[in-house]
Design a protein around this ligand. Structure first.
Ligand code: TYD
Ligand code: MG
Length: 459
């Protein structure tokens, strides 16, 4: 048997190095290399054969013209949870591996158990729990009013024994809750370590591809927002979904971060209840906070994450800083974008915030990634700085360029319709997104080309 080798893997990006060094050459992160033992190729192949799915190892791959490849549409099954199907890109794909990440307590286990309950008789399934006992899983299923009969669970953390069990029962769907508890006998490292998580996930992925079983891996998220331990899992799997939400709010958002079988940035919205997660098929206004009157530092935008418009409130607090280096904190938005917007505000809006701490937050724990948030963020910052509320019932969206121009965003008409539908009376939007007649329904639409015009429109 070949000697086991040692490799050093970056826990941030998953790059492999042959020797230890302080900085990862791939992602330039410091102190992220972690040592582990690599399996010799022989041993891995032997292990794969042992697992009973040696098919791939026996066929000789050939270079093939794509015209000769038989294209079979991937076989999909609707899970019965519409919001989950939407994020998966139209249902569950046979043999796919989906990683679901999220903070502890956000509802990952609940969502997956509900999914298995819904799949019920349609697809056989096994729920592997490494964190809870079988009794806890059963009582949770009962509390969620799920049909207990089609549900099967396994309390096990050794990947070899899990694969033995599922090889015998041949489920169509396998849930691993969570991947951080799973370990393989091939490695001596402790469960939860980078190498264990990586190797276990690789073996489960191989099993999914060879058996056609769809595998869901639950992953815990670190404070920085990455899936704990190896980000390398993200490269291995077909789809990465994040389950997010404010701990104070009952709404939860499922977002596709990567999806080989569908669009990313699609959102699924759920509300927590005693009976588990309920779908929110029409979520457009749930991310507005309920103010009794106009408040300064608040702006409403229409974002279009995925295929639906959503009304979202952006809040800003601008306060005199006592630090030499004032704070710039963005929750739900990109931090660097905020710094850039503040620079544009100074240069082209004539408003300086360099001696101010600036905090920006998107209400409801949702994350807005599109540039249409630029204009509402700046208007909220300005409103807080001047302690003057924006005109009532106003929405805004638009990308702000470095030279102070307001650029159009996709699907302007649809966004405006949604705002008008919810009773907004004024919209400040890029000129190219505004209709010629200046109105949508009852709502007045002000088209602006420069930041200064947008600021004037808020007076
Ligand atoms: P859980 O699904 O265990 O979260 P995770 O697997 O992400 O750590 O949910 C955490 C707790 O919240 C659990 O005690 C059940 C409760 N809960 C509800 O009561 N209703 C719900 O709709 C959800 C999602 C969770
Ligand atoms: Mg859990």
């Amino acid at each position: 048997m070949a000697k086991a080798k040692t490799a050093y893997v970056c826990t941030d990006c998953g790059a492999e190095h042959t020797k230890w060094q302080g900085q990862c050459v791939e992602c330039n992160a410091w102190n992220t290399l972690s040592e582990f033992v690599v399996q010799s190729a022989q041993k891995s192949v032997a292990a794969a054969r042992q697992g009973g799915y040696a098919g791939a190892a026996n066929t000789v791959p050939r270079v093939t013209a794509l015209t000769d490849v038989l294209i079979t549409a991937e076989s999909r099954t609707l899970t019965g949870i519409g919001e989950l199907d939407r994020v998966l890109g139209g249902g569950l794909v046979e043999g796919s591996v989906v990683l679901i990440g999220g903070d502890p307590g956000i509802g990952k286990s609940t969502l997956l158990l509900q999914m298995l309950g819904k799949l019920g008789e349609k697809l056989s399934s096994v729920y592997v729990t490494g964190e809870e006992s079988l009794a806890q899983v059963a009582s949770r299923a009962q509390r969620l009013d799920l049909p207990l009969q089609p549900l099967h669970a396994l309390a096990e953390t050794g990947v070899e024994r899990i694969l033995d069990q599922v090889a015998a029962t041949r489920p169509r769907v396998l849930v691993i809750d969570s991947i951080q508890t799973i370990w393989t006998e091939l490695l001596t490292a402790a469960p939860g370590s980078v190498s264990q998580v990586r190797e276990s996930a690789a073996r489960l992925t191989r099993f999914a591809k060879e058996s056609g079983t769809s595998v869901f891996l639950v992953g815990h998220v670190t404070k920085e927002g990455g899936i704990a331990g190896p980000r390398v899992l993200e490269h291995m799997v077909d789809a990465v979904l994040y389950f997010e939400g404010d701990s104070g709010s009952r709404f939860r958002v499922l977002r596709a971060f990567k999806n080989r079988f569908g669009a990313v940035n699609e959102l699924g919205v759920f509300a927590m209840s005693e009976k588990g997660l309920r779908e929110v098929p029409n979520p457009s206004a749930i991310f507005l906070s309920a103010h009794s009157g106009p408040t300064s530092g608040s702006a409403v935008m229409v974002t279009r994450e995925g295929t639906r418009p959503l009304l979202v409130e952006v809040q800003a607090l601008v306060d005199q800083s006592s630090l030499g280096n004032p704070r710039r904190v963005a929750l739900g938005l990109e931090q660097n974008r905020l710094a850039m917007l503040l620079a544009v505000l100074h240069r082209h809006g004539g408003v300086a915030a360099y001696d101010q701490d600036v905090f920006v937050n998107v209400v409801g724990g949702i994350r807005v990634q599109e540039t249409a948030a630029d204009l509402p963020v700046l208007l909220a910052v300005l409103s807080s700085l001047r302690d003057r509320p924006l005109p009532e019932k106003t929405i805004a969206f638009g990308e702000v360029g470095l030279s102070g121009e307001i650029r159009p965003v996709p699907n302007g008409e649809e966004r405006l319709k949604e705002a008008s539908h919810h009773g907004f009376q004024r919209a400040i939007v890029p000129k190219a997104n505004a209709p010629k007649k200046g109105r949508v329904g009852e709502m007045e639409v002000i088209g602006v080309e420069r930041l200064s015009q947008a600021i004037d429109a808020c007076r």
